[in-house]
Write a protein that binds this ligand. Structure first.
Ligand code: TRP
Length: 486
């Protein structure tokens, strides 16, 4: 069977790396990583998060990229082609459908959060954040959310910007935009860390992030770290798979994945280094929760020299990072409509954009007029978040590693990944045994069905991985076989 010819390729070797990094680096790194690190007490959480990136994030990301490049298309088409090549059940393509849906659903609430970042850039510049205390800033945040016109206006702006860039297409829009967005983002972060260096509390912030306190390792924190590793690398939502389908043959998937994962992790750590010293210098509580950035940082910015400039830069940076992530969430759907149904990218972006506008405006109303509109106890905003992160992403991730680890003929992935035998055997061991068990754990914990503490009773997990490896190698001795190839 001849392989699908690629239709769109990245302009350069850096195309995928820039775009995938743009997808991975977002509100997850700059807003969520610092606030959950604060909540779970610092260094121990950081260490667990790093371990999860290594044990799950990297193997799953390699799998997604390989599936995308092998199938050359949107998640549905790429997976359909790969399973056809393998004569497997065509129903596997529903994994692609679910991933695409998850990406779109995440976007519907992500534009609202991104809207906060855009609005705060403006508020910072216009002086609207010159409130005297954290309480006063909390009030600004509440007032902003209480107004459907304000909140909705900013959400619509984010949605339209996203659609405009996506509509222009991979080469013309996405890649060129990333070319200046990513270096700009890196530069702004370094400037902010530079300020934090002079803030007087840099060592305190540094110690908070990197001092390891074993008593803070709890099962709860591990699971939060695991879930965040998934979210921050944009896995199982179509984004990485679709971008992967534009990678030229011959480019190393493993190398590329490591670069993206390291860049994503560095941005999260830099964001932590920029934020925590400022928080400690101003005597704020690092575990203040999701409002950490929006309610407290403007106060800190007021106190620094050129604070308005730094504040505007900071929120502009968050906005840019959110935008590059948002673009990746809808790219899969646009690629699907374009390739499968021959709809032009502009029309596909406009059509899916109309739906996006309707749903995201309804989600935005969860903060004001629609606060009481609930289904199964969830507002639309919370429900979209819950459905995607608790159900669709873990399920999609586990399906992909099972497909790649158990169902595909070994030469397909080996050919696509192009690794040396030992590297391939390691990847295979991770996707067959380690990643599925760990993802299942997140999944069951989210449902409240885990029934044990995964840290104190870690031997259950080690046992599950061991038993699965033993069983797997007895029934289908692929890892041993791959090692023997050396
Ligand atoms: N990874 C991005 C962040 O850290 C968010 C993101 C982009 C995402 N695409 C995604 C999350 C797909 C889940 C699924 O903010």
């Amino acid at each position: 069977m001849t392989r699908e010819k690629p239709k769109n390729l990245w302009l350069s070797r850096w195309g995928f790396i820039l775009a995938a990094t743009g997808s991975a680096v977002g509100l997850g790194n700059i807003w969520k990583f610092p606030y959950i690190t604060g909540e779970y007490g610092g260094g121990a959480f950081v260490l667990m998060y790093l371990a999860c990136i290594l044990a799950i994030g990297i193997p799953v990301m390699m799998t997604e990229i390989a599936l995308g490049r092998r199938g050359r298309g949107s998640p549905i088409d790429a997976i359909a082609r790969v399973v056809r090549e393998n004569n497997s059940n065509p129903l596997w393509k529903s994994v692609g459908l679910m991933a695409m849906l998850a990406g779109f659903m995440i976007l519907c609430f992500y534009v609202v959060v991104a809207g906060w970042a855009f609005a705060y850039t403006w508020k910072m510049a216009s002086g609207a954040l010159a409130a005297p205390s954290v309480d006063a800033l909390a009030k600004v945040f509440e007032t902003h959310n209480a107004s459907p016109w304000q909140l909705g206006g900013w959400s619509v702006l984010v949605a339209l910007l996203t659609l405009w860039i996506v509509g222009k297409g991979v080469q013309a829009g996405v890649e060129k935009a990333f070319r200046w967005m990513m270096p700009g983002l890196a530069l702004m972060l370094i400037v902010l860390v530079g300020y934090a260096w002079t803030s007087g509390s840099f060592s305190q912030g540094f110690a908070f992030l990197f001092t390891f306190d074993a008593s803070k390792i709890t099962g709860e924190a591990l699971l939060a770290a695991l879930g965040h590793a998934f979210f921050t690398l944009s896995l199982a939502s179509g984004a990485i798979l679709t971008y992967g389908s534009y990678i030229p043959d011959g480019q190393s998937i493993a190398r590329t994945t490591f670069i993206v994962a390291i860049a994503d992790t560095c941005v999260a750590l830099l964001a932590g280094l920029a934020i925590f010293p400022v928080i400690f210098a101003n005597g704020m509580d690092p575990s203040a929760g999701p409002g950490l950035i929006f309610m407290s940082l403007p106060l800190a910015f007021q106190q620094m020299p050129f604070g308005t400039v730094f504040g505007v830069l900071f929120f502009a940076m968050v906005s840019v990072a959110a935008l590059t992530s948002a673009i990746s969430m809808i790219e899969a759907l646009v690629a699907y409509l374009n390739e499968k149904h021959g709809i032009s990218r502009v029309k596909a972006a406009a059509g899916s954009g109309a739906l996006l506008l309707v749903i995201s405006l309804l989600a935005m109303l969860s903060f004001n007029l629609g606060a009481e509109w609930k289904l199964f106890g969830f507002t639309l905003f919370d429900g979209l978040d819950y459905l995607t992160s608790r159900w669709m992403m873990p399920l999609g991730g586990i399906c992909m590693v099972i497909l790649a680890g158990y169902c595909l003929r070994s030469e397909i992935m080996r050919d696509e990944l192009g690794l040396a035998p030992a590297g391939y055997a390691l990847w295979l061991f991770m996707v067959r045994y380690v990643s599925p068990v760990l993802i299942l754990m997140v999944f069951l914990h989210a449902l409240g069905w885990l029934g044990f503490d995964p840290i104190a009773q870690w031997y259950w997990i080690a046992g599950a991985i061991g038993a699965l490896a033993l069983l797997g190698e007895l029934l289908a001795p692929r890892v041993r076989h791959e090692l023997a190839l050396r």
